[in-house]
Design a protein around this ligand. Structure first.
Ligand SMILES: [Zn+2]
Ligand SMILES: [Zn+2]
Length: 274
């Protein structure tokens, strides 16, 4: 995570994080007062209770990891290695992969964040709610956070909603607040979680989508291989936000075979036309 010198700025950047913590605890409070304290201790309610608290614990753990994990930046003394035999092509790559702000050459898929004031590996976007950039090394934690936050909101919305229906609309203010906040978040969070999963499975980044680069040369054509690049192969690592070894390093990227074949065809076609 970036280091900010000014205490004032640090406090300002922490506000959205405090807002998320406050919002989540308010909803948990609604869930306790509007559901857990009102229902009897049955087997089903015990399962709901344990599942909800497990999801809540994993949500905060993922959130902590998303905040504190460095998304990755340009390694010191990084130099672009010549990838083409053409000098002009190499010059073009060097120009594209040079950051004027950092005054350094940078790897492919690396972008400069104006808030962190540094280049981020496979940058997606700067997220004020984690006070950090979303990039190569923390996209997995952001995705896990969104998934567990979705599960928690579905629990709150559906349980309070169920109690509201059972009581034929005569529910406490806490049940009503729990139902409305839970259902509202259930409508938004799963869509964001699905988008993050889609980015990982298709080896995409938000910056590349904004640049309208529809030819995704980094999509290896196999969702599994794309996932391994930023999530590793450990099944446990897909469930828990633990440190695992990734297949990729955020600097070098394998290019899709299909993309290379298409490029070759285009070059052959162009040379035939000449
Ligand atoms: Zn930069
Ligand atoms: Zn940033």
């Amino acid at each position: 995570m970036m280091f900010i010198d000014s205490p004032m700025l640090r406090a300002l950047y922490s506000l959205p994080i405090l807002f998320i913590v406050f919002l989540s605890w308010t909803i948990v409070f609604f869930f306790y007062k509007g559901y857990i304290f009102l229902v009897q201790c049955t087997l089903l309610n015990s399962i709901v209770y344990i599942s909800f608290h497990t999801s809540l614990f994993l949500m905060y753990w993922s959130y902590y990891k998303a905040i504190t994990t460095d998304p990755g930046t340009i390694p010191p003394n990084f130099k672009i290695t010549s990838s083409s035999s053409s000098l002009e092509e190499n010059d073009r790559i060097k120009e594209e992969q040079y950051c004027g702000k950092c005054e350094m050459e940078r790897p492919s898929r690396c972008h400069h964040c104006h808030i962190c004031n540094r280049c981020i590996l496979k940058m997606d976007y700067h997220c004020p709610f984690i006070g950090n950039c979303v990039g190569f090394f923390n996209i997995r934690y952001v995705c896990q956070f969104m998934v567990y936050a979705s599960i928690c909101s579905i629990f709150v919305g559906s349980c309070c909603g169920h109690l509201f229906v059972v009581n034929e609309g005569e529910a406490s203010i806490f049940t009503m607040c729990g139902m409305l906040s839970g259902l509202g978040l259930s409508a938004a969070l799963p869509a964001l979680a699905a988008f993050d999963c889609w980015l990982i499975v298709n080896n995409r980044s938000v910056m590349e989508l904004q640049e309208n680069t529809f030819d995704n040369k980094y999509d290896l054509g196999d969702g599994k291989k794309n996932i391994w690049q930023v999530c590793g192969k450990s099944i446990l690592g897909y469930i828990l936000p633990i440190n695992t070894k990734y297949e990729g390093d955020g600097i070098n990227y394998e290019i899709s075979v299909n993309y290379c074949q298409e490029e070759l065809k285009e070059t052959e076609k162009a040379s035939e036309e000449i």
